[in-house]
Design a binder for this molecule. Structure first.
Ligand SMILES: Cc1ncc(COP(=O)(O)O)c(C=O)c1O
Length: 451
């Protein structure tokens, strides 16, 4: 299987030369709950929810059944000029659960795309085009946050700030303005996470005062910059951003692609700040992790800005599989499971257990930070457990930890030297214990090798 794979496949986010010697390639035969089962029958605990997509476990029967039923009814139909029940019902369900802010008109319309990056492209284009339609042609820029990530397509990369993904394509990318991250890990001596967030918001205010009239939208990942290393910020930052965007007439785009659907404790992360964005992107967990689908939620005012006699003023963006019925059916079933299983309440208990299991890691000599937002826990690994002593990247601590954890039957996929847990919500006590034990062993092994 490995030889056949390497003969024909080009894997995502991978230096293919590292396969299979430096980086093992693991053929998976099937999934069951929080487990992935290898072709050789070995189980692996999926501690990263398969790139943060899976919510309730692999091959969740209720979602599998909903997809099968939909496949026997209507598998796909063009969504321009046609409609179907799953697309409409899902839009209704998403809007009903969208973040609400008193005194602000609710998110009112849903535009589908078929993966997270495409959803980000949609939101960016909508914001830009809305101002064009009003004749405000000066507003051509986006503000994004340092250390942010919004996907790999050219538009999404332009508002991303992770050098590993961005640098080589920089000549192709539209210019964005980057505001300091509110990341609490970057707090200065004596600063609380809220102080750190306020400092970042002050810098954003200055940026908007200088350039606000050229900006159509600000995009951010609320609460957790996931690809940036599970860096977390105080919700007060989101409140400040909301106010600043309003003051400068700039749309706020919340990228809830990784943090939505209960990942940070609330259904959407924006709820923790009591704010509502103008545009919100969701994907990943949207279908429970079964099928690619994204949705962009927009206000009525944004939607209305495209109504015109002219076709050019319409939002002509499309993807062939926009609003695919199978993906919408999976997402609808997934939304229903949140109610049926009282998922957020169960997660509250699970995340407390994760907190208790993670806490002792703070005493390990190489751990500089242990942080958590709901169902996400992250460990920052440095040479001597201080923030200012990162390992030399050449020592590849994360890779060593990854391989050790795989040997022990757990899929940890560190972001650089940051280990994290983002398990499916069905994870149980014995699996959490395995996760904690394996993380400790992987961490000790990787840091011993690197020392
Ligand atoms: C916050 C965020 N936005 C956008 C994306 C891009 O989504 P996709 O990989 O489906 O294109 C990701 C993917 O990790 C993400 O974490």
């Amino acid at each position: 299987m490995i030889a056949r794979d390497l003969a024909v496949l080009w894997h995502p986010c991978t230096q293919m030369r590292e396969h299979p010697d430096t980086l093992p390639l693991v053929p998976i035969a099937r999934g069951e709950g929080a487990w992935l089962i290898g072709h050789d029958g070995r189980p692996y605990l999926d501690a990263v929810s398969s790139w943060w997509t899976n919510l309730f476990g692999h091959a969740e029967p209720r979602i599998a059944h909903a997809i099968a039923r939909q496949a026997g009814t209507l598998e796909q139909v063009i969504l321009a000029g046609f409609s179907h029940e799953p697309a409409v019902a899902l839009a209704e369900g998403l809007l009903a659960r969208a973040p609400r802010e008193p005194g602000r008109a609710p998110l009112a319309k849903v535009f589908y795309a078929d993966n997270g990056s495409a959803g980000v492209e949609v939101a960016l284009k909508m914001a830009f085009h809305w101002f064009r339609n009003r004749g405000e042609t000066r507003r051509t820029k986006f503000i994004a946050l340092q250390n942010g990530y919004h996907g790999e397509t050219i538009g999404a990369l332009a508002v991303g700030d992770i050098p590993l993904y961005r640098r080589v394509y920089a000549p192709l990318l539209a210019e964005a303005l980057f505001a300091p991250s509110p990341d609490a890990y970057e707090a200065r001596d004596g600063e609380s996470p809220a102080d750190c967030a306020e400092r970042a918001a002050d810098a954003l205010r200055a940026l908007l005062e200088a350039h606000g009239e050229d900006v159509c939208a600000l995009i951010l990942e609320p609460r957790v910059q996931c690809a940036g290393g599970m860096r977390m910020h105080d919700p007060v930052y989101l409140q400040r951003v909301r106010g600043l965007c309003d003051r400068h007439g700039v749309f706020l785009i919340a990228d809830e692609i990784a943090v939505g659907f209960g990942r940070t404790g609330t259904f959407f992360a924006c709820e923790q700040a009591g704010i509502q964005p103008d545009l919100m992107c969701v994907s990943k967990g949207l279908t429970g992790g079964f099928l690619p689908l994204a949705a962009v939620l927009a206000t009525q005012a944004i939607y209305d800005g495209f109504l015109d006699e002219s076709r050019e003023r319409a939002f002509l963006h499309s993807h062939s599989y926009t609003g695919n019925p199978l993906a919408c059916a999976a997402a609808l079933r997934s939304l229903a499971i949140f109610d049926e299983d009282d998922v957020l309440a169960r997660n509250a208990g699970t995340s407390e257990r994760m907190r208790a299991l993670a806490a002792p890691f703070a005493d390990l000599p190489h751990v500089a930070d242990v942080r958590q937002a709901g169902m996400i826990v992250a460990f920052e690994i440095t040479r001597d457990g201080r923030r200012d002593t990162p390992f030399d990247p050449a020592s590849r601590v994360g890779l060593h930890a990854y391989r050790k954890a795989l040997d022990l039957g757990v899929v940890l996929r560190p972001l650089g030297d940051i280990l994290y847990w983002m398990p499916p919500y069905c994870v149980d006590e014995s699996q959490l214990q395995l996760l904690a034990d394996t993380t400790r062993a992987a961490l000790l092994h990787a840091t011993k090798d690197a020392a």
